[in-house]
Design a protein around this ligand. Structure first.
Ligand code: G6P
Ligand code: ZN
Length: 544
């Protein structure tokens, strides 16, 4: 076969972050940039790649199709046996994870920059998932990085572009490419986890829902599952066509970016349930009529109620949350008598816990919730589980939330982001904060007294690996907490994230304005970290 060996030189910046390599589109458009990184992935897969199956798909953003064609030629040139590609080059991240698992693939290449804006001026990304369907662990991303840093050649076939829109099998040299419906396999998996006839009954009785796909990859999934299989009225799913620039929107499902959904759900004639997902379909946003459900609360509620769904009827082995996620799920775990693990930010840290059967459900404050059915967070799955819980209990979504607070107490929660801060200034803030940690306990700020302060480190209970410096935790004696960390997914400067929470057991105090309840915690956090002094910012750029 005609394999071309192309000489190349390493790029200095091909170090995968929280979720693969994520850069501005223009960075990926540099000659050899994408090829170098794909070759580093394939080299890291090593001998195991020969004759093996790989999954390939992306969230449809700008550059997706071209990158898919390149990856096909490179997989063939590097000896892969079979490549499963989503039609149109599309696969949501959870659907890719499911496909890797069900097809016996050795891994998958996912093209996505998740919730970051798309289009020619937006972001692009690429990551590698392992045979378990989950993101490559640190040792593998480290190996990919080392390989990319030393690369001098990549291999590519001379074959023409493939028709990505036609389902079926084609040969690219010795490799078989199967273009498959991106939804089918995923929808079948969902049917095993939640009670489709029961949810269909809900819609038959007039239940109204709005799902905003934000012009990103979940549109086709949501239309097939919600509208076709579950019988929700046409138009339930809006912004359902994936667009290369997401229609100019920020495909991040939060109250700021999903403002149309928020407005509708807060309006007088709000539907019974609102939801959205992000660019690549792994995040979710849940809105009850008149009430935004924080991802932390959503995780806790799903953990408390999951047993209603057939896939979880036997109960949960355990749960996990990322460190900055509120402690609401810890309270549920305690109530259920199951373990609750606290991991660093990043879905990959749940992998070992899920693989070893220690946990069934997990989630993050960054709008990610998932279970052991795949090894990624799964936006539409969370929505379906919510729907099944509403169908099983016959309760309104807002009532489910309020009853949860009454039983377990409410963890008031907010996140303040300082975006595109000067990187050195942000580092300076974190360093100064770390240096002060030992002196903080006992000191008072804005009327709150620090009880503990540390820099979060995680020891994986399965493989014993230690991940240090994952964010600063300040606990207050008043059952409040502030957490500081720098985002690992941004592409411009640094983003300082400040996570603020306070526990309120008294049901009479569960309906107060969030920012008001948290005002002392916010003030204490600003003072302790010297946010304005270090960053020059008097206020956060995004509050969620
Ligand atoms: C991605 C990962 C999540 C993680 C999030 C954190 O979405 O998949 O697991 O929680 O990034 O993003 P950040 O910008 O806070 O590092
Ligand atoms: Zn995502």
């Amino acid at each position: 076969m005609t394999v071309r060996h192309i000489a190349t030189r390493p790029f200095a910046d091909q170090k995968p972050g929280t979720s693969g390599l994520r850069k501005k589109v223009a960075v990926f458009q540099q000659p050899h940039y994408l090829e170098n990184f794909i070759q580093a992935i394939l080299d890291t897969a090593g001998e195991g790649l020969r004759g093996a199956t790989l999954v390939l798909g992306g969230d449809g953003r700008f550059l997706n199709r071209e990158a898919i064609q390149t990856a096909i030629r490179m997989a063939a040139a590097n000896g892969a046996g079979r490549l499963l590609v989503g039609r149109g080059g599309l696969l949501s991240t959870p659907a890719a994870s499911a496909l890797i698992r069900s097809s016996g693939a050795i891994g998958g290449i996912i093209l996505s920059a998740s919730h970051n804006p798309g289009g020619p001026d937006g972001d692009f990304g690429i990551k590698y998932n392992m045979a378990n369907g989950g993101p490559a662990p640190e040792e593998v991303t480290g190996a990919i990085h080392r390989r990319a840093a030393a690369i001098n050649e990549y291999r590519v076939t001379d074959t023409p572009d493939l028709d990505l829109d036609a389902i079926g099998e084609t040969r690219v040299e010795a490799m078989v490419v199967m273009v498959a419906d991106p939804v089918e396999n995923y929808a079948a998996l969902m049917e095993t986890l939640v009670d489709f006839p029961r949810i269909a009954g809900l819609f038959r009785r007039g239940f109204r829902m709005r799902f905003d796909a934000l012009s990103a990859v979940t549109g086709p999934y949501a239309q097939e599952i919600l509208e076709r299989r579950l019988g929700a009225p046409a138009g339930t799913v809006v912004n359902a066509t994936p667009l290369p620039d997401f229609g100019g929107h920020h495909p991040d499902p939060n109250p700021v970016h999903a403002e149309a959904l928020m407005a509708e759900m807060m309006g007088a004639d709000a539907p019974d349930f609102g939801a959205a997902s992000d660019g690549d379909g792994d995040r979710n946003m849940i809105v009850a009529p008149g009430l935004f459900v924080t991802p932390s609360d959503s995780l806790a509620i799903l953990a408390a109620q999951a047993r209603h769904a057939p896939g979880y009827a036997r109960g949960l082995a355990g749960v996990a949350r990322s460190m900055p996620t509120s402690r609401a799920v810890d309270r549920v775990a305690k109530h259920l008598g199951i373990p609750c693990y606290e991991t660093p930010t990043g879905w990959k840290f749940f992998g070992n816990l899920l693989d070893s059967g220690r946990i069934t459900l997990c989630g993050e404050e960054s709008a990610g919730t998932g279970s052991d059915h795949v090894r990624e967070k799964d936006g539409l799955w969370a929505v379906l589980l919510w729907l099944d819980i509403l169908a099983a209990t016959g309760k309104r979504a807002d009532a489910v939330v309020r009853e949860h607070w009454t039983t377990h107490g409410r963890d008031y929660y907010t996140r303040h982001d300082y975006e595109e801060v000067d990187a050195a200034a942000a580092q300076g803030l974190m360093t100064a904060l770390r240096e002060r940690l030992a002196t903080l306990p006992g000191q008072s700020f804005a009327g709150l007294t620090v009880s503990e302060a540390d820099d979060f480190a995680y020891t994986d209970p399965v493989d014993g690996s230690v991940t240090a410096a994952q964010g600063v935790r300040i606990l207050f004696a008043e059952d409040a907490r502030a957490v500081f960390r720098l985002s690992g997914t941004g592409t411009v400067g640094a983003t300082l994230r400040v996570y603020l929470e306070r526990f309120e057991p008294d049901p009479a105090r569960h309906d107060l304005p969030v920012q008001e309840v948290l005002a002392p915690v916010i003030a204490a956090a600003r003072e302790i970290a010297g946010i304005e002094r270090h960053t020059g910012r008097a206020a956060p750029s995004v509050i969620t």
